[in-house]
Design a protein around this ligand. Structure first.
Ligand SMILES: [Cu+2]
Length: 162
């Protein structure tokens, strides 16, 4: 497995020295837990990214777009239930309320990678630039998980003792 610079670049800026009104000043309140995408099935051209975004700041922020290399187009999606059928819908943004955050997870909000130039391979990293209304651009590395990965089941394997 290749080693990448896996940590999100954190700007330990001296805030007092920052020029007033800097547009993409790092929001010290945003944190990103367990960003991941599922490895591509053979022939699969699209993929979805998930992450838990925490907002420990005092202002509600909003994820407005995402970009990455080697993918034709990246959109923000949610899943709606229409007459019992789950369908993906593009959204213009995902609210990240102060003191709470936003959950991007299977069955709900996700980052949609459309038109992969190369399949996502388990163990590798997809570096994604997330753009927020207030925090500006933040680079987050999404870990590619095996096709069988199921975060909802994580931690349940040890619960089979009766
Ligand atoms: Cu989607």
């Amino acid at each position: 497995m290749k080693k990448f610079f896996s940590s999100v670049a954190v700007v330990i800026g001296v805030l007092l020295a920052s020029p007033a009104g800097a547009q993409n000043a790092s929001n010290p309140g945003l944190a990103f837990d367990a960003p991941w995408v599922r490895a591509s099935a053979p022939g699969q051209k699209n993929g979805a990214g998930y992450v838990q975004i925490q907002n420990k700041g005092s202002q509600t922020d909003r994820l407005i777009s995402a970009t990455t290399a080697n993918v034709g187009r990246v959109e923000l999606h949610t899943i709606i239930n229409e007459n019992g059928v789950a369908k993906m819908r593009q959204v213009q943004g995902i609210e990240v309320p102060a003191g709470a955050g936003a959950t991007l997870a299977p069955g709900g909000f996700h980052i949609m990678f459309m038109g992969l130039n190369a399949p996502f391979k388990a163990g590798e990293i997809v570096p994604v630039m997330l753009r927020f209304e207030k925090a500006g651009e933040v680079k987050v590395d999404f870990e590619i998980k095996p096709p069988t990965y199921n975060p909802a089941a994580a931690g349940q394997s040890a619960a089979h003792k009766h």
